[in-house]
Ligand binder design. Structure first.
Ligand code: BG6
Ligand code: MG
Length: 220
């Protein structure tokens, strides 16, 4: 394997938007009259917007019409966007920019592979949009993670075979998607939670300087 490319998840890997999703979903739960905790919020990580609403409604044991669901999806997102519109580069997670610099220096291309329909906006807010060779987001896929679709489209954008791609993910569903796609998965976060990943790091600052060179020599 003499050529590799990287696919980054966004939320939880490059920026911490889970706290904003939490605030917006909690607002909805408050309106519906039930408690939504940070522990509940863990269940929504890496999961699509529609699926997140279904999980939230299950937690509150709330039964509503399709029409109402559409209404809530819109109002939750409007709420969420109020937080996103205030984001800036200071919210880039530690180690992310340095990692992109390393990849640039090594001439390794990278694209985004995110479930979020707001991914392009978020990348622009933190001034990283222009650095990615391609963006695959929640608007580009018909099947959400753990389906590998998002990453397989990413591999096409990189002009590489799946086996040549390395995926950075913080969610169980994302690691599963990368593994199903036959890519190398790197779990960012709790090692126990992301035990299915090929490599584990607590955060991006822990990626060794020579990780990619070593990876290439091990796989040649
Ligand atoms: C993922 C997040 O990246 O995007 C999920 O981890 C979120 O929590 C999903 O539900 C969809 O995001 P959005 O921005 O399209 O509502
Ligand atoms: Mg994520």
């Amino acid at each position: 394997m003499n050529k590799i490319g990287v696919i980054f998840d966004l939320d939880g890997v490059i920026v911490d938007t889970a706290k904003y999703h939490f605030l917006a979903w909690k607002n909805l739960a408050d309106d519906l009259g039930f408690e939504f905790t940070e522990t509940h919020n863990e269940l929504l990580k890496g999961v699509s917007r529609v699926r997140s609403l279904e999980i939230l409604l299950d937690i509150g044991k709330v039964n509503i019409s399709e029409e109402k669901k559409q209404e809530y999806l819109i109002s939750k997102n409007e709420d969420y966007l109020q937080y996103i519109n205030k984001m800036g580069p200071e919210e880039i997670l530690p180690g992310a920019e340095k990692l992109l610099d390393t990849l640039d220096t090594l001439g390794i291309n990278y694209v985004l592979g995110s479930a979020s329909k707001n991914a392009p906006l978020i990348l622009k807010q933190v001034n990283l949009f222009h650095r990615f060779k391609g963006i695959v987001d929640g608007n580009s896929v018909s099947k959400a993670k753990p389906d590998p679709e998002v990453f397989l489209i990413g591999a096409k954008k990189l002009n590489l075979f799946p086996e040549q791609c390395i995926v950075f993910e913080d969610a169980i569903a994302g690691v599963e998607a990368a593994n199903k796609a036959n890519m190398t998965s790197i779990g960012i976060g709790d090692k126990e939670t992301l035990s299915e990943a090929d490599y584990n790091f607590n955060n991006l600052t822990e990626i060794p300087e020579n990780f990619f060179e070593n990876f290439l020599s091990d796989n040649n």
